[in-house]
Write a protein of this length. Structure first.
Lengths: 112, 114
């Protein structure tokens, strides 16, 4: 059974810091891994999707890496800003049909 | 390109009442998902459609929840009768049926059952 864990559950940093969010999964036979952002009371916004054949993906100040063999992914946020404050969720599909298994998320707070 | 639309955004009902949620996916997306997100948890799949057929409804409480996707476009999710533990955000997502299955989510419907 696939399980997804995110550490830490919450993180508070001062503005400008670089930070790393962690995601681990128990079954390494995944098709891809997706990182999402969720603002309070809102839906999920897709940030990055890494295919199983890729090692990393970058979008602006965000960089996500994937190590299938160790069952881990990291989301690196450079030069954090107060607008980055949100909950970050990672998810992997169950099988090839796309049903996503989510972690509980990391709640990030960036202080001005 | 318009995103996934959901309505209503908020709903408050009493237990044992019924409620329905509506979702309109991104145009051309064959796969549609309904997820339930309880406070402090990640979303959990309730049902997945491909066009108007059900792919996975193994976690849908079928004694009270039902969903349909007529004509392979819009979808409705219904709860009847509602229980207190149904209080959650109900998220609709859609994806192309391609190798990535990258999912795009709507804003969600926040249901409170009193």
């Amino acid at each position: 059974k696939q399980e997804v864990t995110q550490i830490p559950a919450a993180l508070s940093v001062p503005e400008g810091e670089n930070l790393v969010l962690n995601c681990s999964f128990t079954d390494s036979a995944i098709y891809n891994l997706q990182w999402f952002r969720q603002d309070p009371g809102k839906g999920l916004t897709s940030l990055l999707l890494i295919q199983s054949s890729q090692r990393e993906q970058t979008s602006g100040r965000l960089n996500a890496s994937l190590d299938k063999s160790s069952g881990r992914s990291t989301l690196y946020i450079a030069a954090s800003q107060p607008g980055d404050s949100a909950t970050y969720l990672c998810a992997v599909p169950l099988g090839s049909q796309g049903n996503l298994i989510f972690g509980k998320g990391t709640k990030l707070s960036v202080k001005p | 390109e318009a995103g996934v639309a959901q309505s209503p955004r908020y709903k408050i009902i009493e237990k044992r009442q019924s409620v329905a949620f509506w979702c309109n996916p991104i145009s051309g997306h064959a796969t549609l998902y309904w997820y339930q997100q309880i406070l402090g948890q990640g979303p959990k799949l309730l049902i997945q459609f491909q066009n108007n057929g059900v792919v996975d409804d193994s976690q849908l409480p079928k004694d009270r929840f039902s969903a349909e996707r007529l004509k392979g476009v819009d979808s409705t999710l219904k709860i009847q009768p509602a229980k207190l533990e149904d209080s959650a955000v109900y998220l609709c997502a859609s994806s192309l049926t391609d190798i990535t299955y990258e999912q795009y989510f709507g804003p969600g419907t926040r249901l409170t059952v009193t």
